[in-house]
Design a protein. Structure first.
Lengths: 265, 324, 276
């Protein structure tokens, strides 16, 4: 399995490098999106010093967490966000279902190299190194391990949300709108601390699109802050949130495949 | 051995409403209509057979392939492929079959062709040496050296089709399904592929099931032909029998420069006149197309002559007529 | 927003424009569900920025001479008018170049830029009716807005909005021409999208930018897209300054149109030399 992924990534990287100009322009262009998100954070903070009581360090750290998780997601799970609709529409599932490998794994195996992922890492890792020195916990082995688990959990949460949305495609064909809405929550709402948003958004970001577990709650741990919302346990629960979201999404997907097999497309 | 017994696949489809009131009603109280895609078919295909599955569009050919490969679950009835129920034991079935879809590719679009093969080889767990052997064998037989390293996006339809065939055979499945593989291909490419399938069957004993709506495809290589229409098998017989009864009559289309002019025919008769074209039907046993065309060569006002294939719809109609 | 293939055999520019506009409207109405979700998406964005401003001001009444209600109004109206502007021409044009369909577009007797303009205008009108107006009404109910008192300001806003559309279109058009030189257009698309989103003041008004960045942004055409109409609307651009602001927009329209013409000629020449 791993061999197939590595093989694919390597092959598609080679294919992309055939066109260096395009590769570089793609890389630069995609990095600029990350820079925009940084600007959307830096500009208000420079003008107003704090947002919702959080200062530059806390905000910057939170930003770097979700961006890095997002980068990991782009590197591993992106076909469920972008191309699942196509697979359904064009009947690629007919090919998936006749091979000896699980369809979800096969779809992941279509995740080509993606200079996108690389581009997302540039602004996020820089921001991380800038703010990491200001956290209130030491960077010992445990905390580094926790950080890595967080990044993986975050990527899985994002994947689970898109898997869920893609699975509705088994019934509804076009899912790009739901994806658009999820995107707004992920990219805009998550950019600022959740507690400025009243009651509805925090609920959505915790229990429906659990993006708050990607960075907002974990930041409380690293800066030793008290959680204002819901419970003080939440900063430690990202892996649980990831597992639950994935289970729910996978369940819907399984139902979807059954539906596909009885009704065709 | 592929065993199909009393296989049925019905689809329930909602009826869209007509007009505003109808559409509103359709939203809350939808009406359904049942499409009988596969309507109680039974047959057995022995190992090593090449079977042609012929039928007009919408007859249920693709649906049957999907049922045989386990992509679709039957409404009722049974399918057994080498003793395996395809939609239940998908993994076991997967190693035994290869599928080529004429209208869709399973290759990775942006990568060189050979990379797709490597990835699939890994997916099917083909040991390195066998992979090399199989690849060399297939590439040689299909003459694919020249474009093996091209990205799939840039291949012509014929080249891509060859790629899909190799992709389906890398793991040496005993059974190969092809769903309309010759669609859109030119005569040369078509022949190459049909010839290849014959060689494959001869050398490796692969069971081949080929669907198409073109009689001339299957009459070349399929000793056994099944004709289906509206989900039912209307005829299941050997090639020679079928050709004897239906493939005999062919049509010549004579296109005149200006207007249709009367012609003297040594055999055959005029069945239709349309614009500046004349449609002549003749019996292959009585006269060959070549001779018929030759007889017209003295005629001055002719712009073009072409041979029209008997199409499956008319064959099916004739089958019903004979039965009735 | 997608570029539609134009109807062949037209008589005059007006007929073209009208038929393209009708086509855009129909297209929008077919995807009704899309429309509603689009509205929902804009609404969520409005709420996000409303909360952001409340948090930023944190009880303060004024900042940089602007009240919290004005800031919220700026952000809200920005989200309301956002969908009106073309953004992805480069993807459409790039696609048409790759398939070769671009040949139809550039060999017609209509200047390609005008053709795109008509198509985008059609989408503008369709979006205005199906998205902008409903969104504005919705915003009135849910968000505290400070609307201009004088009808002249409304008029100025309307004019500035139309000019802003032209600027946005030209910026998008110029970007799309890059498709004639590059085969992978996604990088440029993302770059232009990000840069214009920040520097046009779409999400954050220019007056809270750090001084250097603000000066830089004010010099670029992007301000003509969002900042101009929005600042007029909330009064940050005072009535006596309005003519200047509108004049700036017009200046950029002329300059970008000229640039567009030059680049287009170069692009077609390149195509003629290189083939497909």
């Amino acid at each position: 399995m791993l061999r197939i992924f590595l093989l694919l990534k390597w092959k598609s990287l080679k294919a992309e490098l055939q066109y260096p100009v395009n590769f570089i322009s793609g890389l630069l262009g995609t990095s600029l999106i990350g820079v925009t998100d940084v600007m959307l954070l830096l500009i208000p903070v420079t003008a107003f010093q704090t947002i919702g009581g959080w200062d530059f360090w806390e905000l910057g750290f939170m930003f770097s967490l979700w961006k890095m998780s997002h980068g990991l997601h782009e590197a591993l799970f992106v076909p469920f966000r972008g191309r699942h609709d196509e697979y359904l529409r064009q009947g690629d599932y007919d090919s998936f279902l006749i091979r000896p490998v699980h369809p979800i794994v096969q779809i992941l195996a279509r995740c080509e190299f993606g200079s996108n992922a690389l581009a997302e890492w540039l602004p996020s890792i820089s921001m991380f190194f800038i703010t990491a020195s200001h956290v209130k916990v030491p960077w010992d082995a445990w905390n580094i391990a926790f950080l890595l688990i967080l990044l993986v959990s975050g990527a899985v949460i994002e994947w689970a949300v898109y898997l869920f949305i893609s699975s509705t495609g088994f019934w509804f064909i076009r899912t790009n709108n739901l994806r658009g809405i999820a995107g707004v929550f992920l990219f805009r709402v998550a950019n600022y601390p959740l507690h400025i948003y009243g009651r509805v958004f925090p609920f959505i970001m915790t229990f429906i699109f659990p993006f708050a577990f990607m960075a907002y709650y974990p930041t409380h741990y690293f800066f030793q802050l008290h959680t204002v919302l819901f419970s003080n346990w939440l900063p430690y629960l990202p892996p649980l949130a990831a597992a639950v979201s994935l289970a729910v999404a996978w369940g819907l997907w399984s139902l979807g495949v059954q539906h596909y097999q009885s009704s065709g497309t | 051995m592929i065993e199909v017994s009393r296989l049925i696949k019905y689809f329930r489809v909602t009826q869209p409403g007509q007009g505003f009131g109808g559409k509103l009603k359709a939203l809350f109280a939808p009406e359904y209509r049942t499409i009988k895609a596969v309507d109680d078919i039974s047959y057995t295909i022995q190992d090593g057979e090449i079977v042609g599955y012929l039928g007009p569009n919408g007859a249920g050919k693709s649906t049957t392939i999907k049922l045989l490969t386990g992509v679709l679950v039957p409404t009722s009835g049974a399918v057994l492929v080498h003793g395996v129920v395809p939609y239940r034991d998908r993994k076991a079935n997967a190693y035994r079959i290869g599928v080529v879809y004429g209208q869709r590719s399973q290759l990775w679009w942006d990568l060189p062709l050979v990379d797709s093969f490597e990835i699939l080889g890994a997916m099917y767990k083909v040991p390195a040496q066998r992979y090399r052997q199989n690849l060399d064998f297939l590439v040689d037989l299909l003459q694919m050296e020249s474009f093996l390293n091209q990205s799939v996006r840039r291949l012509s339809l014929g080249q891509r089709m060859k790629g899909d065939i190799v992709a389906a055979l890398l793991h040496e499945p005993p059974i190969l399904y092809l769903d309309e593989p010759t669609i859109g291909l030119d005569i040369v490419a078509k022949n190459r592929i049909l010839q290849f399938l014959q060689q494959l069957n001869r050398e490796k004993g692969t069971t081949i099931l080929l669907t198409t709506h073109n009689l001339s495809d299957v009459e070349r290589i399929c000793p056994r032909i099944m004709i289906i229409d509206q989900g039912k098998v209307v005829l299941d017989d050997s090639r020679s029998e079928i050709l004897n009864h239906f493939g005999r009559m062919k049509q010549l289309v004579v296109e005149f420069e200006n207007e249709v002019e009367p012609v003297d025919l040594p055999a055959g008769r005029v069945v239709k006149e349309e614009d500046n074209k004349l449609f002549i039907e003749f019996d292959r046993e009585q006269i060959s197309a070549f001779d018929l065309i030759l007889s017209l060569k003295e005629h001055k006002g002719i712009a073009d002559i072409s041979i029209k294939e008997e199409n499956i719809e008319t064959i099916v109609t004739k089958i019903y007529e004979k039965g009735a | 927003m997608s570029a539609i293939s134009p109807v062949p055999g037209f008589q005059s520019d007006f007929n073209v424009a009208w038929s393209l506009i009708r086509a855009s409207l129909k297209e929008k109405l077919v995807y009704r569900f899309d429309l509603i979700i689009g509205l929902l998406r804009t609404f969520i964005l409005i709420i996000v920025f409303r909360y952001l401003w409340l948090a930023l001001y944190g009880g303060r009444e004024m900042f940089a001479g602007v009240s919290v209600t004005q800031a919220i109004t700026y952000a809200t109206i920005s989200m309301v008018i956002g969908p009106l502007y073309p953004n992805s021409l480069i993807l459409d044009v790039g696609g048409r170049i790759r398939t070769g369909n671009i040949l139809f577009d550039i060999t017609r007797p209509l200047y390609y830029g005008n053709l795109l303009l008509f198509q985008m205008s059609g989408q503008f009108l369709a979006t205005l009716v199906t998205s902008t107006l409903p969104m504005f009404v919705l915003a009135l109910f849910f968000v505290e807005l400070s609307l201009p008192a004088s009808p002249l300001i409304w008029l100025a806003f309307g004019v500035s909005l139309l000019l802003g559309f032209m600027v946005a279109f030209l910026v998008d058009y110029l970007t799309s021409l890059a498709g004639f030189w590059l085969t992978e257009t996604w990088g440029i698309f993302f770059a232009k999208w990000s840069i214009s989103d920040v520097l046009s003041g779409k999400y954050l008004p220019l007056w809270i930018f750090p001084p250097l960045l603000r000066q830089f942004a004010l010099l670029l055409p992007f301000r003509g897209m969002s900042y101009s109409p929005l600042a007029i609307f909330i009064g940050q651009v005072t009535p006596d300054q309005i003519p200047l602001e509108l004049g700036l927009q017009v200046f950029w329209i002329v300059a970008l149109a000229l640039l567009g013409n030059i680049l287009y000629r170069a692009a077609v020449k390149k195509l003629a030399v290189q083939g497909g």
